[in-house]
Design a protein around this ligand. Structure first.
Ligand code: URP
Ligand code: ZN
Ligand code: ZN
Ligand code: ZN
Length: 473
């Protein structure tokens, strides 16, 4: 046998189930050995004192997504994948968005073309269905699912994306037939519109009232409705970006009844609150996302859900807009009302340090649970397992070396994303990614991108057994 390409020595390997001292041997981009000692390699990396983690997989990010007239997203594929890599990730999953009145297939082709040759790490694309015509449901969607786009998101709110109940049911039926996984944005459209109109009439238009316009009960109602529709069709669903107790308890109730409901949450719901939207002038827009961050009691409820297994995945919902930009948070219209503030916050580079610090370092979750929530379950649920999501023979050599003791303060000036701010400016963390290795090549070291643009591939995915059965990973 030829010499190994790479040996990572002396670290502590962590998987979703085990923590053990081992060397890792890599050949041609894949892990070929995990053993007390592996043979000599062309390149040796000393990982003593470090954790050897499966690279982060972020299954919910928005990159270069059309965002309506006058608004431009702050990241393209190059900047988003660089930021992801610097933050310890080796794979991300953005969305190809179908704009109403257009072909879903054409939208996907255009989107993938934008990504080609631009990515530092692997990318796999979900779909967003905004216009479920008979042509889309009957031909385009089934063909795309067979071509490896095995998951898609639907929205229960937003003027240009919302599906009504009948449309949700029809989309769920296709997902059941084709064994695709549906991700659901659960917030009730009519209640939000009603609240927004009422607040505007009362002159309550500052960014803070974004949170008032979509209270937790609006999310709870939509989560319950989505769960009921999924039960009627008998199809597994994933409820994404859950913000607090109300929706979490609907999901827990459904899971306890044996319904096939997965759930995701994000760093903003553990660390931010609606008070952050109170910033002077328009600073509050920096925190406008949907669902909005809630309060300390909601944060405690989300921890409870993470500890009890209600949540399977922890994603960033990275959706970056520049603050000091008339094409970002501060459009001429968004200054007139929160209604027009682009929804979304950047977080692709800070997701792992925040969960590690607040979760593992603070003693709330185990290292193994951290790995499961940030990598393994994303690979399993979305059809990338056993190519990605763990450290073992045959997996892609997607590995993050992690210093569990390193203390850092999150600063915009050190980040790689295209946004001009971070919601976590000044946030202190314990635990930090010191090296990111993607398919055997070092892509980021100590916050510096050392890999080549174009090294990342666009991956097709398999039908996931979890999406087909709804079993818990
Ligand atoms: O406010 C958010 N989360 N924007 C991103 C789009 C979405 O709904 O996930
Ligand atoms: Zn959403
Ligand atoms: Zn999102
Ligand atoms: Zn250390």
């Amino acid at each position: 046998m030829s010499k190994l390409d790479l040996a990572i020595r002396g670290g502590t390997v962590v998987t979703a189930s085990d923590t053990f001292r081992a060397d890792v041997g890599v050949q041609a981009g894949r892990i070929v050995a995990v053993a007390a000692e592996v043979e000599g390699a062309t390149r040796e990396i000393d990982a003593s004192g470090l954790l050897v983690l499966p690279g982060g997989i972020d299954s919910h990010v928005h990159i270069a997504q059309p965002s309506g007239p006058d608004v431009v997203m702050a990241d393209d594929f190059a900047s988003a994948t660089a930021a992801a890599a610097a933050g310890g990730n080796t794979c991300i999953m953005p969305f190809a968005l179908q704009q109403r009145g257009t072909s879903l297939r054409r939208c996907v082709e255009d989107y993938v073309r934008q990504a080609e040759g631009e990515c530092h790490i692997d990318v796999s694309v979900h779909l967003i269905i905004s216009d479920p015509t008979p042509e889309v449901l009957g031909q385009e969607l089934p063909a795309l699912l067979k071509a490896g786009y095995t998951s898609f998101k639907v929205f229960m709110t937003y003027d240009d994306l919302v599906l009504n109940d009948r449309q949700l049911l029809e989309v769920f039926e296709v997902a059941r037939r084709e064994r695709a996984l549906v991700m659901v944005h659960a917030e009730g459209y009519d209640a939000i519109k009603y609240m927004t109109d009422r607040l505007e009439r009362a002159g309550q238009t500052s960014p803070f009232f974004h949170a008032t316009s979509r209270p937790e009960l609006v999310e709870r109602e939509a989560a319950h409705r989505a769960i009921s529709h999924a039960e009627l069709i008998d199809v597994p669903i994933m409820i994404v970006h859950v913000s607090g107790r109300e929706a979490m308890e609907q999901i827990r109730w459904a899971q306890q009844r044996g319904l096939k409901v997965y759930a995701e949450t994000c760093p903003q719901y553990l660390t931010l609150t609606a008070d952050d939207l109170q910033g002077l002038n328009m600073e509050g827009t920096k925190y406008v996302c949907s669902p909005p961050p809630r309060d300390a009691a909601s944060q405690a409820a989300i921890w409870e859900g993470l500890q009890q297994g209600v949540f399977q995945t922890f994603s960033s919902d990275h959706c970056p807009f520049r603050y000091e930009s008339s094409e970002g948070k501060l459009t001429p219209k968004s200054k007139t009302s929160f209604r027009w503030v682009p929804n979304g916050i950047p977080g692709i580079e800070t997701r792992l340090p925040i969960l590690f610090s607040e979760g593992v370092s603070a003693g709330r979750i185990s290292l193994n649970r951290f790995v499961e929530l940030t990598s393994t379950n994303h690979a399993k649920i979305y059809g990338l397992y056993p190519r990605k999501g763990s450290i073992g023979v045959g997996f892609d050599a997607d590995i993050t070396l992690w210093d569990p003791h390193r203390r850092e303060t999150i600063r915009q000036e050190n980040l790689h994303h295209g946004a001009d701010y971070t919601p976590w400016e000044g946030f202190e963390v314990t635990g930090w990614p010191v090296m990111t290795i993607a398919r055997g090549e070092v892509v980021a070291r100590d916050g510096v991108i050392v890999g080549k643009k174009g090294a990342g591939r666009i991956l097709e995915r398999d039908i996931s057994a979890y999406a087909a059965t709804g079993e818990m990973p």
